[in-house]
Write a protein that binds this ligand. Structure first.
Ligand SMILES: Cc1ncc(COP(=O)(O)O)c(C=O)c1O
Length: 405
């Protein structure tokens, strides 16, 4: 009954989104994945599209580890050993050996004293930032930070919220200077890799600036990087933006659901902070963790990334990314080039972006159009994401199609 009362309001809001051209609409449903064959990578079969295979250029599984036989086998073995669900939140009876082993492995991978799992990186950000923000804290955030950071800051209600222009260090410095004398503690928060552009935060410069200004605040400046698109795939050995920039934030947040190919989120930091969060972070305490099987799969994925095989996958991925970027440049397409496998093809118009996505789909290619309000008007793009399952044939096919349409 009560829902009938708000029905017209919801309908009106949906109509507004449709009029702006920003509805996400019907989701494509993957019903099977056809393995690689004849020099081409795996293809997705979609509900309603018969036996036609689609080349997936919009997956975050950058190393293809979600389809890796050893990762699948690890998940399967743990599901048989522990069942398919955690059965409880962590402090009741939800903690299993794979959770604990994965936390220790992630801490070692990122060179931190400890790590802590959350059900996703989104949950990790919501579970960490508010616990560090009190009525005497200011938060300073990059203007292009991910939605989870924006919502975590809203939830925490700091004394001051300040936003600096994307990756502009002079603007970050101005924000820090303005805060002197106003608050006791400052949190500077940034994405590592920015998911819509594939560019990265200049973490070395951010950390240096924070060290320069921290003496002005009684409780210092805490740096937080959410490197969900960077961990496992960016930096020479896949340790993310920190490795690429040669600098570490105080707190690193990552996901298991992108390069590691599984599901879940985590933070890596000092031992006391993590002990504190296990005692106080509501999302950690009152919500179920990832399954033991997911933890076992993620542990296997981290081991692969941190091995010769991982290095080979990263090298192949870099070659495929360069092949795509060079090919698009030859076709005269406007790009935001860079070493990360997110390759934004700038279209700069909402209607043309939607049309290009439709045309790619007609040629058996899945790609995502990124439109306002996710990006500013005029920055509309197709976000192409290369992954290590792609072959030269796949990239050449994509280039051929882009050249034609
Ligand atoms: C910076 C950032 N944080 C968090 C997330 C969400 O990750 P998860 O799916 O693990 O919640 C994303 C994913 O797009 C992201 O780019």
């Amino acid at each position: 009954m009560a829902l009938d009362g708000i029905e017209p309001i919801l309908q009106e809001r949906l109509a507004e989104l449709a009029a702006q051209g920003t509805v996400k609409g019907e989701e494509q449903v993957i019903r099977a994945i056809r393995p690689a064959v004849d020099g081409f990578g795996p293809r997705c079969l979609l509900v309603g599209q018969g036996e036609r295979g689609f080349l997936r250029m919009n997956s975050n599984s950058y190393l293809g580890l979600g389809l890796h036989p050893a990762v699948i086998a690890a998940e399967e073995a743990a599901a048989r050993a522990y069942g398919v669900g955690p059965g409880a939140v962590r402090f009741i009876s939800g903690t299993h050996v794979p959770h604990v082993e994965l936390e220790a492995r992630l801490a070692r991978f990122h060179g931190r004293a400890a790590a802590m799992l959350f059900s996703s990186a989104y949950a990790a950000v919501l579970g960490v930032l508010p616990q560090l923000i009190d009525a005497e804290t200011a938060v300073v955030s990059d203007s292009l930070n991910h939605n989870c950071i924006i919502n975590a800051i809203r939830l925490a209600r700091p004394k001051v919220k300040a936003v600096y222009r994307h990756n502009e260090m002079a603007d970050l410095e101005s924000r820090l200077r303005e805060l002197v004398g106003q608050v006791q503690r400052v949190l500077v928060v940034t994405d590592g890799i920015f998911s819509m552009r594939g560019d990265h935060a200049p973490l070395d410069r951010i950390v240096a600036l924070c060290r320069q200004y921290e003496g002005h605040f009684r409780q210092g400046i805490i740096t937080v990087v959410d490197d969900s698109h960077g961990v496992g795939v960016f930096g020479e050995s896949g340790r993310g933006t920190e490795e690429h920039c040669g600098a570490a934030a105080d707190i690193l947040i990552g996901t298991l659901g992108k390069a590691f190919g599984v599901n879940g989120g985590y933070l890596a930091a000092g031992a006391t902070l993590i002990r504190y969060l296990r005692e106080t972070s509501p999302i950690y305490i009152y919500s179920s963790p990832i399954t033991p099987a997911e933890a076992a799969a993620a542990l296997c994925a981290v081991d692969i990334v941190d091995s010769g095989e991982g290095w080979r996958l990263l090298a192949h991925l870099r070659r495929m990314t360069a092949r795509l970027e060079n090919g698009l440049a030859v076709l005269g397409r406007e790009l935001l080039p860079g070493p990360h496998p997110i390759v934004p093809l700038l279209v700069r118009d909402t209607g043309r972006t939607a049309q290009l996505v439709t045309d790619l789909f007609a040629h058996g290619i899945l790609a995502t159009g990124i439109k306002y309000p996710v990006v500013p008007k005029g920055d509309e793009e197709i976000r192409l994401q290369v992954n290590a399952c792609h072959t030269e044939n796949d990239i050449d096919y994509l280039l051929d199609v882009v050249g034609k349409i």
